[in-house]
Write a protein that binds this ligand. Sequence first.
Ligand code: SF4
Length: 252
Amino acid sequence: MFYLSEQFFSIQGEGKYAGTPSYFLRTGGCNLSCPGFGASYEVNGETRYGCDTYFAVDSAYAASWTKVEKSDTLIASLKKEFDVLGYYPHVVITGGEPLMYHSDKVFYAVIEWLVAEGIAVTFETNGTIAIDFEKYPAYRSCIFALSLKLANSGEPEEKRIIPKALQAIAGHAKEAFLKFTIDTRLVETTAQREIEAIRKILPDLPVYCMPVGESRDTIWKNDKAVFAFCMKHNYTYSDRLHIRVFDTTQGV
Ligand code: SF4
């Protein structure tokens, strides 16, 4: 059994496959909370801070999540949507943290079906959860966008950088790349040092950097600094197309 906070068809807005028509499955729940990302929201009159997908992270929103108890039901709904489209889109499994469910029977059966159909699957993950690729071989055929959190997430390093989990993914998955969310202050302080420390663990993976921002306004505050940072250090700049186009709208 696992939780889905939303599912929708859109265009991948960030990372290596930005611009690709993609069907999104967003799981509910995360093993981190990233209070440093600065999105603020109210729960029962209390102000909390988290990432731009706090609605898929904070258990206060769990009542709005869908409990998936049978893989067949979700697979049938995907088949129906893909039939209407007339093709199999790239499927992006995001969160929250989707790999929290990687060993769940129902979740894994959905991944096995996607892989068996030849559908391209990308996991957007914080990279902190170790996958047993021997026991769960379907993950070998998936792409992993390793969205590792840096100091600006507000999480302690020992929680957000787990070398064993990262090396398992880089060593077994068909493709993986690093994706960092950076703001102006981090560019001016520790961003490069932190990224290079991670590259010592994963020396062969390409690096994408994108600006912090849950809205157009906050992206505009950070994009130029990240742009210049990428040019200086030979990293690839990634924009966040869905926010540029739709601003704070959810489900796009
Ligand atoms: S790891 Fe990602 S989804 Fe989880 S709280 Fe941090 S930014 Fe949000």
